[in-house]
Design a protein around this ligand. Structure first.
Ligand code: AMP
Length: 412
C-alpha cells in the first residue's frame, strides 16, 4: 500500500466542529471594525517577493528565514504572504485610494505563512484578522485602532489581557539613538548571544527581544529609545495615551517594546494574554509612516494591527455555533426522494437527504439524531410526512410536503 500523506508540519485542518468558533471571531471582527467604518479588503495569497523584502525589511527574521518563496514558470520570485500590511499599502496606491477621503480604513481576514518552528499557538499557516488606517498621522487614529483591538479581545472573552504600548519615534530620532545602543552593545559584546552579536549593526533594537540571559542582562542597562524621542514624537505619544486614558483602557508603557518588522515608526503596541503559554502574543501593530516610500510610493502615513485567529481562540471563550436546525429529513433513496429534497432546498428549507440506505427504523433514528422537525418517508407509491414533535403522521403528495413543512416551521 502506498504511504499515507498527512498535512505538512505546522499546518492544521479546520474541522467542522471548529468552524463555528472561527466564524464567531470573523463576524465579531466584522461587526466591530465595520461599525467604526473599516471596510474589508483581501489581497492575494502570493505577491512579488520584493514587496516583502522591501516592505517588511531585509533585516527581519521574517524576510531572512521565514518566507515561503518560490519561482514560478516565468522565473518570477513569488512569496506566500507572511503578513498583511505591505500588501494593503501596495493596494492602496495601486488603486488610487489616496484620492478617497483620508484615512482609508481597511480590514482583512485570511491565512498567512511563515516558516517558524511549530509549537502550541505557532503555525506555518496561521490566520490573522487585521485593520489598517492609511493616510493620516493623527494620534486619534492610533488610539482608535488600539481601542478596536482591545474591544475585539474583550468581545471574544480573551483572558488575562495585557496591553503594552511604546513609541519608536521617527527614523531621525531613532538614528541618533541607534548609535548609542550600538556602542552599548559593543561595550558588552562578550555577554551577548551569538545571534544578537552578529546583528549589532544590522538590527540592534532586536536585542531587546532576546530571551538569552546574558543579552537580557546587558539590555537592562541599555539606553532607552523613549529617552531619545524628539519633542513632536513625545507629543504624539502623549496624545495617543490621553485618548486611551479617557476611555479607561489599561496599558503599560514599555520602553523596550520592539516588534519583528522594520517598518514601524512612532506608536507601537502589543496585546498579550497571560492565559497563553510561551506564544503569548494575541495581536499587535504600530504606525508605519515610512512604509509607502520603501515601496516606491509617495510618503503616506499609516497604522494598523493584526491579531492571530488561533491565539484569539486559544485565549478567548468563543462559543461554538450550533448546526442549523434540520427542517426536513427526507427518508428515502429513490428518485422521488431526491426530487423532494431538491424542492425543499430550493424553497430555502434545511433539508437532509438519506444517503446511507438505512432501514426505515434506521432512517427515523438518524432523523431524530439530526434534530429534524419533520421526516418525509418516501416510498415508490406514497409519501408520509411525520411531525417529529407531535408524532402525527399524514399521507400527502410530495408537492404538499414542502408547503406543509414551511408552514410548520414558521409556526414553531
Ligand atoms: P505579527 O504580524 O508578527 O505582528 O503577528 C501578529 C499576530 O499574529 C501575533 O500576535 C499572533 O497572534 C499572530 N501570529 C504571528 N505569527 C504566528 C504564527 N506563526 N502562528 C500563529 N499565530 C501567529
Amino acid at each position: 500500500m502506498a504511504e499515507r500523506i498527512n498535512a505538512p508540519r505546522g499546518t492544521y485542518d479546520v474541522l467542522p466542529d471548529q468552524d463555528g468558533p472561527r466564524r464567531v471571531v470573523e463576524e465579531t471582527a466584522r461587526r466591530i471594525l465595520e461599525s467604526a467604518g473599516y471596510r474589508r479588503i483581501e489581497t492575494p495569497i502570493f505577491e512579488h517577493t520584493e514587496l516583502f523584502a522591501r516592505g517588511v525589511g531585509a533585516s527581519t527574521d521574517i524576510v531572512q528565514k521565514e518566507m515561503y518563496t518560490f519561482e514560478d514558470a516565468g522565473e518570477r520570485s513569488l512569496t506566500l504572504r507572511p503578513e498583511g500590511t505591505a500588501a494593503v499599502m501596495r493596494a492602496y496606491h495601486e488603486h488610487g485610494m489616496q484620492k478617497l477621503p483620508q484615512p482609508v480604513k481597511l480590514w482583512y481576514f485570511g491565512p498567512f505563512f511563515r516558516r517558524e518552528r511549530p509549537q502550541a499557538g505557532r503555525y506555518r499557516q496561521f490566520w490573522q484578522v487585521g485593520a489598517e488606517a492609511i493616510g493620516s498621522d493623527d494620534p486619534a487614529v492610533d488610539a482608535e485602532l488600539i481601542l478596536l483591538l482591545h474591544e475585539l479581545a474583550g468581545e471574544l472573552g480573551v483572558r488575562d489581557v495585557r496591553l503594552r504600548i511604546g513609541s519608536l519615534g521617527t527614523p531621525e530620532s531613532r538614528a541618533a539613538y541607534r548609535e548609542k545602543l550600538i556602542a552599548h552593545l559593543r561595550a558588552n559584546e562578550d555577554k551577548l548571544s551569538e545571534e544578537v552579536r552578529d546583528r549589532i549593526d544590522f538590527n540592534p533594537l532586536r536585542a531587546f527581544d532576546s530571551d538569552h540571559p546574558g543579552t537580557q542582562e546587558v539590555m537592562r542597562s541599555a539606553p532607552l529609545l523613549i529617552d531619545h524621542l524628539g519633542k513632536e514624537d513625545l507629543e504624539h505619544f502623549d496624545e495617543v495615551r490621553a485618548r486611551l486614558d479617557a476611555v479607561g483602557i489599561d496599558y503599560e508603557v514599555d520602553p523596550t517594546l520592539v516588534r519583528g518588522l522594520d517598518y514601524y515608526t512612532r506608536t507601537l503596541f502589543e496585546l498579550t494574554s497571560d492565559a497563553l503559554g510561551a506564544q503569548s502574543g494575541v495581536g499587535g501593530g504600530g504606525r508605519y509612516d515610512g512604509l509607502a516610500e520603501q515601496l516606491g510610493a509617495p510618503p503616506t502615513p499609516g497604522i494598523g494591527w493584526a491579531a492571530g485567529i488561533e491565539r484569539l481562540l486559544l485565549a478567548g471563550q468563543t462559543p461554538g455555533t450550533p448546526a442549523p436546525p434540520v427542517d426536513l429529513y427526507v427518508a428515502g433513496t429513490n428518485v422521488q426522494a431526491f426530487a423532494l429534497a431538491a424542492e425543499g432546498l430550493r424553497a430555502g428549507l434545511n433539508v437532509q437527504l438519506e444517503l446511507a440506505g438505512r432501514s426505515r427504523k434506521g432512517m427515523l433514528k438518524a432523523a431524530d439524531r439530526a434534530g429534524a422537525r419533520y421526516v418525509a418517508l418516501v416510498g415508490d407509491e406514497e409519501t408520509i410526512l411525520k411531525d417529529m414533535e407531535t408524532g402525527e403522521q399524514e399521507e400527502m403528495t410530495p408537492q404538499a410536503v414542502v408547503a406543509h413543512v414551511i408552514k410548520g416551521r414558521h409556526q414553531s
